[in-house]
Design a protein around this ligand. Structure first.
Ligand code: ADP
Ligand code: MG
Length: 620
């Protein structure tokens, strides 16, 4: 048989290598920013267009490249950063593989302009798909500008695989944050489609965090500091009360390199033990310094994982240091999670002076009238006069002996509850009503007899399903009605979070939000969806932003769908909330008016049924 093995041409090898280095525009951003840092730049500008799909450009004022180096920099395994294998164990630079530029040039249109300090004239080089198109002398300032255009232009499959612009932008901003946080003394600027996203002057670490995440962050930071022979720890942890339900700001840097480490995360989380509820995650910005030879950063191609020689000591030291810092700032005694939940006040209300409770009475209420033609989203705590209306008629036939008791609904039931922590005792009178055909189990399930047996409905999941379908309709087809706020709500978010909200503003407005201002770090809201409480708005928006940031790649769902899911999850009645009779019936009626009553928006079963025959069997 003839020989069949041949060496792959360089451009093919480069394309294959690119698959590992460049997954998305954010990978290009990371490599270019790191190169600029390695070139000792003190000022770096990142410009992107269309979430980096059309352009990623990084300009630095670093050391620049000679004519020969400019050409060589695009060769594979061409690097100025290591010379021998030993150097791998004494790395002081971000890059060392010499692969990034070669990979990027294989799958994009690349343009390089560069000049060193002492050169008279610089170089202008253009490369497309690993082929040098032109190389000319050029008059350029000291430093380097690399423009990467039309990423994956020659690999349509990869290009199609890219996510929506908001998702790709999110990834880019994440990379930008990581590099900018690790190098506070370097000035950074970021522009997207011509407008300023970040403008970060040279500063210290605390200022850098505040400049990125918003001025409110300052008061949340607890400084951390420790220095031993094997490890130096600097940085900040967030006070426990600012922990988040979803993983928010969690940053580890080892020798100025952003890393992910579940092991070190565990060390920090365990330092918060007893200070935070289990499902709340701490925030932190921790900068660790170790001897370069005591780590191996080579175990992961995209270099966000590293291996420490002395993992256990580092774990113990990190945990102790964080614990100590939290203790020093007298945080521990303030919190007592054993206290009666009934005394909890929603955070925004703790500083307000008490006001007399208001009672909303619907004087036009007529239980026999048709449901008003509003885009209302049903929320059991704001009573909807349509209770018992025709909506769920097919469902009602399943009931045995349902008595029409709607006329008994008292206007006192229209009391609005500010906090979902309110316990069931308030409802006791109506609970005591006799003849009800539904009841609640553990403030979590609504149990109802069926002709054929019984049904157990999960109240939270059922309400999520109801809200999800309504919200989706509001976002895509018909707009919902808003309730005007007497005093506009001023909320503070970080700048990037405000941008996320700006991007989904239109959809949010369809659900009933009215934004009177959206800029920098402030959001002013003058109207909210009819059926949510003002005190829930902050949590809802926070959760929404988090969910968008963490949108699962490849989930195949549209952003509208995600939005509806996230809002439904935030707005739905929780488990632990007591429901009175007509709330329970209303919930069930609405559930069975849904298109898909059996599953929650997150694909969990909403109810189960027990057949009378199965029950009979238990007694045999
Ligand atoms: P690595 O960073 O691993 O060395 P790269 O492919 O990213 O590999 O870059 C190759 C080489 O090009 C670098 O080693 C460096 O000498 C040079 N280079 C890249 N970007 C810059 C820049 N912004 N300024 C100066 N030199 C650069
Ligand atoms: Mg590099």
């Amino acid at each position: 048989m003839a020989d069949i093995i041949q060496l792959l041409p360089d451009h093919v090898a480069n394309q294959i290598a690119a698959g590992e280095v460049v997954q998305r525009p954010a990978s290009v951003v990371k490599e270019l920013l790191e190169n600029a840092i390695d070139a000792k730049a003190t000022s770096i500008t990142l410009v992107i267009k269309d979430a980096g799909k059309t352009l990623v450009q990084v300009t630095d004022n670093g050391v620049g490249m000679s004519v020969t180096d400019a050409r060589l920099s695009f060769e594979r395994h061409a690097t100025s950063k290591i010379k021998s294998a030993e150097d791998l164990f004494n790395l002081h630079t971000k890059g060392f593989r010499g692969e990034a530029l070669a990979s990027i040039a294989a799958i994009a249109h690349v343009e390089l302009k560069t000049k060193t300090e002492d050169a008279e004239i610089g170089t202008h080089l253009t490369i497309e798909g690993s082929k040098v198109i032109s190389q000319d002398p050029a008059v350029v300032p000291k430093g380097t500008t690399i423009s990467v255009k039309n990423l994956f232009y020659n690999i349509p499959a990869r290009r199609n695989f890219l996510k929506s612009n908001p998702v790709e932008t999110r990834h880019i901003i994440d990379e930008f944050h990581r590099v900018a946080l690790a190098h506070p003394s370097v000035a950074f600027q970021m522009l997207h489609n011509g407008s300023d996203v970040f403008n970060l002057p040279s500063s210290n670490s605390r200022q850098r965090i505040v400049n990125i995440f918003g001025s409110k962050t300052n008061e949340k930071l607890v400084p951390v500091h420790e220095e031993t022979e094997i490890l130096k720890i600097e940085g900040f942890v967030l006070k426990p009360e600012f922990g988040k339900k979803s993983r928010g700001e969690q940053f580890f840097f080892v020798n100025d390199r952003f890393i992910k480490s579940p092991y070190l995360h565990h060390a920090v989380a365990s330092a918060y033990e007893g200070l935070m509820k289990n499902d709340i995650h701490p925030g932190y910005f921790l900068f660790l310094e170790v001897e370069p030879h005591s780590i191996d950063i080579n175990i992961h191609p995209t270099k966000t994982e590293i291996k420490f020689d002395n993992e256990h000591s580092i774990y113990a030291m990190l945990r102790a240091t964080v614990k100590h810092s939290l203790g020093q700032f007298n945080i521990a005694p303030v919190l007592d999670f054993e206290r009666d939940k009934g005394f909890d006040t929603p955070y925004e209300y703790s500083k307000k002076s008490p006001t007399a409770p208001s009672i909303e009475v619907d004087r036009d209420f007529n239980p026999f009238k048709e449901k008003p033609k509003q885009g209302n989203i049903s929320f059991p705590f704001k009573r909807d006069p349509s209770i018992g209306s025709g909506q769920g008629s097919s469902w009602e036939s399943l009931y045995v002996g349902l008595k029409d008791e709607t006329a008994k609904i008292s206007s006192l039931d229209d009391i609005e509850f500010e906090s979902e922590e309110v316990t069931g005792s308030l409802f006791e009178n109506s609970e005591a009503e006799t003849g009800q055909i539904t009841f609640q189990l553990q403030n979590k399930y609504v149990v109802s007899p069926l002709k054929s047996g019984m049904m157990i409905v999960h109240q939270n999941l059922a309400h999520q399903r109801i809200l999800y379908e309504e919200l989706l309709k509001n976002i895509t087809v018909k707009e919902a009605v808003s309730q005007q706020l007497l005093f506009p709500l001023q909320l503070h978010f970080s700048k990037p979070d405000v941008e996320i909200i700006e991007k989904i503003r239109e959809q949010l407005e369809h659900t009933g939000f009215i934004f009177s201002e959206l800029k920098d770090e402030t959001i002013e809201i003058s109207g909210i969806p009819v059926l949510i409480l003002e005190s829930h708005v902050v949590n809802l928006l926070n959760q929404l932003v988090q969910d968008i940031k963490e949108e699962v790649p490849d989930s195949g769902f549209s952003q509208n769908d995600m939005l509806a899911k996230s809002m439904a999850a935030s707005m739905a009645i929780r488990t632990g909330v007591s429901l009175n009779r007509e709330e329970r019936e209303h919930l069930i009626n609405q559930l069975f008016a849904c298109k898909e009553p059996t599953v929650s928006p997150t694909n969990k079963p909403v109810f189960i049924t027990l057949d009378a025959n199965d029950i009979d069997k238990k007694f045999m």
